[in-house]
Design a protein around this ligand. Structure first.
Ligand code: 1CP
Length: 359
């Protein structure tokens, strides 16, 4: 097969030298883009996810309009709970809602571990259509929610800032919680495996709500299952692709996260990149970590803060520029463009250029 035209992202994941720092943004395919909003006027969110041609079109939009170095498949982490047997609605206000959340051991027993070829085939088809549209310009990233984050939505029944019901559930009935996490972990591993088979170049696990947990609970309910998913995917994968882990609000645990088997740790803006680099040594690449609210400020602030992130990681391979969380819906597209251009223009100074090493 013809090589990728731009493989900066994949090389950075492997901590290989690159001419500049690659950049893509979490939630780059979404509501801040007028071209996405135009499609959303005609179709509801789940229809967009379930129609491979539409999902592919949205996935490619930021590549063509912003020039990012990787595409992330347009979908949602909640497709797994749905395929396991829960009834999902995305409300017009943008929040997810589950009609029949998990509340008892019997509810857990009723959940299935879906065969992705059957229940999630629309996503595997979206991957194939997207690859055709990308025409090997940039790599395609697949993803899934991490077990703890999916657990939080499945028990809570909605997106809620502190997920208090899910946290009480984990403490009150730990054996039921573990049975549920176990099932979710198996479903997630199978799904990532299927995405790799369908042709994604890398996969990212989103543990958005890991930071809600106290230290013991974090190890017990989040990290254990992240490690298990990564081990299972690595052991069975048809190809070795980079595995990225976004564990939000857990900078204190960076050394433990580096031992999960993830190739890349995606860190939020509370994490000091220079320190994280020292703490993780050469075990993982780092992705991040601009505060998404910077993109709501003036273009001058965007440039200044982007420079700070580049300088904070410093000279060397193994940095992928990203935000510390997703692009906010009210973000001006112009600022995102300014960010991408700034990273492309200013990051070469942090890399050894071809021919320079021998001089
Ligand atoms: O009305 C709409 O258009 C729906 C809004 C929307 C969008 C655009 C939702 C509902 N999901 C998405 C896309 C999405 N979600 C992507 C697409 C690819 C890309 O990154 O560009 C991805 C990777 C996700 C992942 C996701 N969904 C996460 C993990 C990442 C993160 O941002 O923390 C989480 C927590 C969700 C749950 C979810 N789905 C939708 C919303 C609004 C939310 C989060 C907010 C909540 O809990 O209320």
């Amino acid at each position: 097969m013809r090589p990728l035209e731009n493989d900066l992202f994949l090389r950075a994941c492997r901590r290989e030298p690159t001419e500049r720092t690659p950049i893509w943004l979490m939630r780059q395919a979404g509501r801040y883009l007028p071209s996405y909003r135009a499609l959303r006027e005609r179709y509801d969110f789940l229809t967009l996810c379930r129609t491979p041609e539409l999902a592919a079109e949205i996935t490619v939009q930021p590549v063509e309009q912003l020039g990012v170095d990787a595409a992330i498949l347009f979908s949602d982490i909640l497709v797994i709970p749905e395929a396991m047997g829960l009834m999902l609605r995305i409300e017009e206000s943008g929040g997810p809602h589950i009609e029949n959340p998990v509340r008892t051991a019997a509810d857990v027993a009723h959940l299935v571990i879906p065969d992705p070829q059957e229940k999630l085939s629309y996503i595997l088809e979206a991957i194939r259509v997207t690859q055709e549209r990308l025409r090997r310009r940039v790599p395609l990233i697949g993803f899934a929610g991490a077990p703890w984050t999916l657990f939080a939505y499945m028990v809570e029944g909605s997106g809620r800032d502190d997920f208090r019901r899910a946290r009480v559930f984990a403490r009150e009935v730990p054996s039921v919680a573990h049975a549920l996490l176990e099932k979710i972990a198996r479903a997630v591993a199978r799904f990532l495996h299927a995405q790799i088979e369908a042709g994604v170049h890398a996969v990212q696990l989103f543990d958005t709500w890991a930071g809600l947990l106290d230290p013991d609970s974090f190890l017990e309910f989040s990290l254990t299952y992240v490690r298990r998913v990564i081990e299972t995917v690595k052991a069975a994968a048809p190809r070795r692709v980079p595995i990225l882990l976004f564990s939000r609000g857990t900078a204190a645990w960076i050394e433990a996260l580096a031992e999960t088997g993830a190739d890349v740790l995606s860190v939020d803006w509370t994490c000091d990149l220079a320190r994280a680099r020292q703490q993780t040594g050469d075990r993982v690449a780092l992705q991040g970590n601009l505060d998404p609210t910077v993109l709501l400020a003036s273009p001058e602030v965007v440039v200044r803060e982007a420079r700070k992130v580049l300088a904070r990681f410093g000279v060397g391979a193994g940095h992928i520029f990203n935000l510390g969380h997703g692009v906010l819906p009210e973000t001006p597209v112009e600022n995102v463009r300014r960010l991408v251009d700034t990273v492309k223009r200013e990051s070469p100074q942090y890399h050894v250029q071809r021919g320079e090493a021998s001089r």
